[in-house]
Design a protein around this ligand. Structure first.
Ligand SMILES: Nc1ncnc2c1ncn2[C@@H]1O[C@H](COP(=O)(O)OP(=O)(O)OP(=O)(O)O)[C@@H](O)[C@H]1O
Length: 309
């Protein structure tokens, strides 16, 4: 049912540029977490570090009891099989049709027969609604279909963890809604641990169990969805409200006096702090037992917010 990822004191820099430092968080097993943050705060670098594609300067990333920052390339290759990654553009091979793209990890990492591969590929293509498009080339299909094909490919090795790098970028709002439903349904069906990097606030409000925010080289917050949605932290309110007033500037952070003046004059137009309804799995999809525990946790947080207790 998915594995926990425990990140402790993680720091990454390129030369003199510190991307983020001292990041600690736990992605609970089987839950969906979202990572938010202004452009360039290192969300993609964070995903790549989790899967061992980038080495941090300091800190640990413990997956299934092993610190992947200390593994040799060959051991890392094994641990990476626990992960499915959906890159921004789907990262499909342009010269291969969708069937061969999706079959690729099975042919590369397993010794399964072609008939067994066919069964798995068609099952995953069915899950993401791509049956009938097996022979299409990536260049012949829409961006939304490419994302779904990338997702099917991320699923073929039955991963315990799936990392999504801006799955909704470049999609229209209706396709984003379908993709969000697909993510929630998949999480209920395969019960893997999901981490999604997104800029889409509406998705971040509805889809995850937990939300984190990176800003100024730090992890400002990471916790249950309700806690972040109800936070008074100025940078969180600014980000969720998508407004200019607050600590986040166009290119760099603003100075403290300017932020104070802006916030004093501000009428807070961020969406009201009503509990945002969670997107539920579609009809016929059985919810894993943890759903009840999460619903209880959210209800308790909401009661605390309303009563101030
Ligand atoms: N391989 C690399 N070498 C040097 N610098 C890099 C490398 N990869 C990323 N960076 C730098 O790290 C910083 C964070 O980049 P990253 O792509 O993770 O940001 P992001 O938060 O995902 O941005 P966006 O939301 O715009 O996609 C940027 O300044 C980027 O230029």
């Amino acid at each position: 049912m998915g594995v926990e990822i425990c990140v402790e004191g993680l720091t990454k820099s390129f030369g003199h540029q510190v991307v983020w430092q001292d990041v600690s968080l736990t992605l609970p097993a089987g839950e969906v977490s979202v990572m938010l943050g202004p452009s360039g705060t290192g969300k993609s670098v964070f995903l790549k570090t989790l899967v061992g594609l980038l080495r941090p300067d300091r800190g640990s990333v413990t997956v299934a009891g092993r610190d992947i920052t200390r593994l040799r390339e060959r051991e890392l290759y094994e641990v990476r099989k626990l992960f499915g990654v959906l890159f921004q553009d789907g990262a499909l091979f342009g010269s291969m049709n969708l069937y061969d793209n999706i079959a690729f990890p099975l042919r590369e990492h397993t010794r399964r027969s072609e008939s067994e591969i066919r069964r798995v590929v068609l099952e995953k293509m069915d899950m993401v609604g791509l049956i009938g498009s097996e022979g299409k080339l990536p260049g012949e299909i829409s961006g939304g279909m490419r994302k779904r094909a990338g997702l099917a490919r991320a699923l073929v090795l039955d991963p315990e963890i799936i990392l999504f790098d801006e799955p909704d970028s470049g999609l229209d709002p209706v396709r984003v809604a379908y993709l969000n439903q697909l993510i929630v349904d998949l999480n209920a069906q395969i019960d893997a641990t999901f981490l999604i990097v997104t800029h889409d606030i509406s998705s971040a409000r509805q889809v995850p169990d937990n939300i984190g925010l990176l800003f100024r080289r730090e992890l400002v917050m990471f916790g249950p969805r309700e806690e972040l949605l109800n936070s008074d932290e100025p940078v969180v309110r600014q980000f969720l409200g998508g407004r200019m007033q607050g600590p986040i500037g166009m290119a760099e952070e603003k100075d403290a006096a300017q932020v104070k003046q802006e916030l004093a004059q501000l009428v807070d137009t961020a969406p009201a702090r009503e509990p945002t309804p969670r997107l539920l799995p579609g009809p016929g999809i059985t919810r894993p037992p943890r759903w009840e525990a999460i619903a209880r946790r959210e209800a308790a947080l909401h009661r605390k917010e309303v009563t101030g207790a």
